[in-house]
Write a protein that binds this ligand. Sequence first.
Ligand SMILES: Nc1ncnc2c1ncn2[C@@H]1O[C@H](COP(=O)(O)OP(=O)(O)OP(=O)(O)O)[C@@H](O)[C@H]1O
Ligand SMILES: [Mg+2]
Length: 222
Amino acid sequence: MSTALHRHPHFISLEGGEGAGKTTALNAIVDALAAHGHNVLVTREPGGTPVAERLRSMVLTPDAEIAGETLSAEAELLLVFAGRAQHVRSVIQPALDEGHFVLTDRFTDSSYAYQGGGRGLDPAWIAELERRAVGLLPGLTLLLDVDVAVGRARASGREEGPDRIEREQDDFFQRVRAVFRQRAAADPNRFRLIDASQDQAGVAAQVVTAINKFLGKEGGNG
Ligand SMILES: Nc1ncnc2c1ncn2[C@@H]1O[C@H](COP(=O)(O)OP(=O)(O)OP(=O)(O)O)[C@@H](O)[C@H]1O
Ligand SMILES: [Mg+2]
C-alpha cells in the first residue's frame, strides 16, 4: 500500500462551510469544463459510492435518531475516511484513469476543517490517514469562503432539518472556516479562494475564471 500523496491535474474539489454555495456552483464548473471539451464526473463527500453513502448516513444522522448515542469525534473521523478510501478506489481513480475530469463536492480538506478544526482532532493523524487511505490530492481546490452566519442562514432555508453536524454551534463553524482559510493560504498553488458572499452569478463568474485559468496553465493537454 502506497503512503504517498499524488496530485492529479484532472481532479477538482469544491470546499467551504455550510451554505457557502458549493452544490450550487457545481453546474457552472461542469459547463466551464464542457466548454473546453472535457467530460466531468461529479461526485460528493461524505459519500459518492453506495458503501460510502451508508457511511455518510452514519456520520450525519442526528444522535436522537440512533437511540441518543453520541458518535465520538474519533469514530466520525474514521467513518469519513472509510468512505473516502472507498470513494477514491471505486469511483474517483477509475474515472481519472479513463481520462475524465472528476469534480467532488468536498474532499479531504473538509476533514482537516471539520474533524481537525471543528472537533479538535490532531491534524497529524488526519495527514497520516490521508497518505495511507486516500493517496490522492486535487489538482485544484476552489474554497468558497463566506461569513459563518451568512452561510448558515442560506443553509437553514432548506427543507430538510439540520443534520448531526449542522446542529453544531457557531464557534465550531468558525474553527472550520479558519482551518479552510489557513490551508488555502499555505498552498496557493492548489487553492483558489472564492468570495462566496457575492450573489450566485458573482460566485459562478469567479469559479469559471478560476477554472479557465487552471486549464490555461495546464496547457490544454487534458
Ligand atoms: N451566492 C449565493 N447567494 C445567495 N444564496 C445562495 C448563493 N449560493 C447558493 N445560495 C443558496 O444558499 C443555499 C445553500 O447553497 P448550497 O446548497 O449550494 O450550499 P452548500 O455549500 O452546498 O451547503 P452544504 O455545505 O450544506 O452542502 C441554497 O438554498 C442556495 O440556493
Ligand atoms: Mg451542498
